[in-house]
Design a protein around this ligand. Sequence first.
Ligand code: CP3
Length: 351
Amino acid sequence: MITRTTERTRHCRFLQPFAGTPVSPPPFWLMRQAGRYLPEYREVRAKAGSFLGLCYNPALAAEVTLQPIRRYGFDASILFSDILVVPDALGQKVDFIEGEGPRLEPITDELGLAKLDPIKAQRKYAIVYETVKRIRQDLPADVGLIGFCGAPWTVATYMVAGHGTPDQAAARLWAYRDPDGFGRLIDLLTESSVEYLAGQVAAGCDALQIFDSWAGNLPSVQFDRWVIQPTREIVRQLRKRGVDVPVIGFPRGGSNRSRRFVEQTRVDGIGCDTAMSVGTMKALASTHVVQGNLDPLLLVIGGRAMEDRVRVILDMMRGKRFIFNLGHGIVPQTPPENVAKLVDLIRSEGG
Ligand code: CP3
């Protein structure tokens, strides 16, 4: 078990599990806690115009990061940005189309790779670092600040297909057809992500999360090659550079490989998706910090269905190094009052 204690740890409940201390009630934050379910987000979003325009506006991005902290008092905030900022900064054309999601000019071979420029990416990364500095200034001292990036595999699935896909077929096909060429895309993303994450920490982030939302569809050998290896490399290079904050992996859909994932990547914590049993989470918590895993759709429904499940998770994870979260991001149709109810429940019954 690796423990990380810093001066910040003493003041910040979110960081304490990483220093080896279970916290009661568990610290909590929610993936996509800033987003369209909040009227105050929709207001700022309209002011910003485009979604990427919001991501690259430090004052507005800092404001939407802080909105859910003010409203609910979460123990951690997460930098407001997106995993597709990395391909955009590298020079790929990225758009977010209202009601449809991301659209990218697909990169399907090594010729496409030549268009990506890690040096040029620094310019847009610097805008995000400015956001981190602004958040830090206005964030209460006891609230953690999480920086993030998408894992190379998940980011590549968007870069290669040009949009979100249910099966990630385009990336999987390239990886089978030409593992060396696809490996160069993954290596480039790995290097650039290390740079980006190190910059976020230098600007003031307390912890990092690596989102591998599409890890689940890969057969075992490919999971090792495209999920575990790049994540391990990111962690290794961060440590080599002296970046010592906790790193949380989120290999969504990788449930039955989660033990191998945490051991081989050397992440400090694991985000657990909705499919993971609380028994498996408990087993992982013997060596790692565990975060998760309420179904975000229960947050849409609320009432008894949500409360019963929250109680099961709280009971099973009591006394463990556990951070309460969802198993995936909040969805836009979530009633904000259900989030308030969830927060009350964790505070009143999580002890
Ligand atoms: O509050 C937070 O969690 C921080 C901000 C954050 C966003 N996206 C904001 C966002 C984070 C950490 C992400 C990660 C992200 N982005 C992931 C990994 C996690 C996951 O959900 O699986 C992925 C796959 C993306 C790519 C992405 N961004 C898609 C597919 C979409 C469109 C779908 C949708 O919900 O609209 C986005 C857009 C996006 N990213 C929004 C937000 C708040 C909605 C855009 C809007 O306001 O119009």
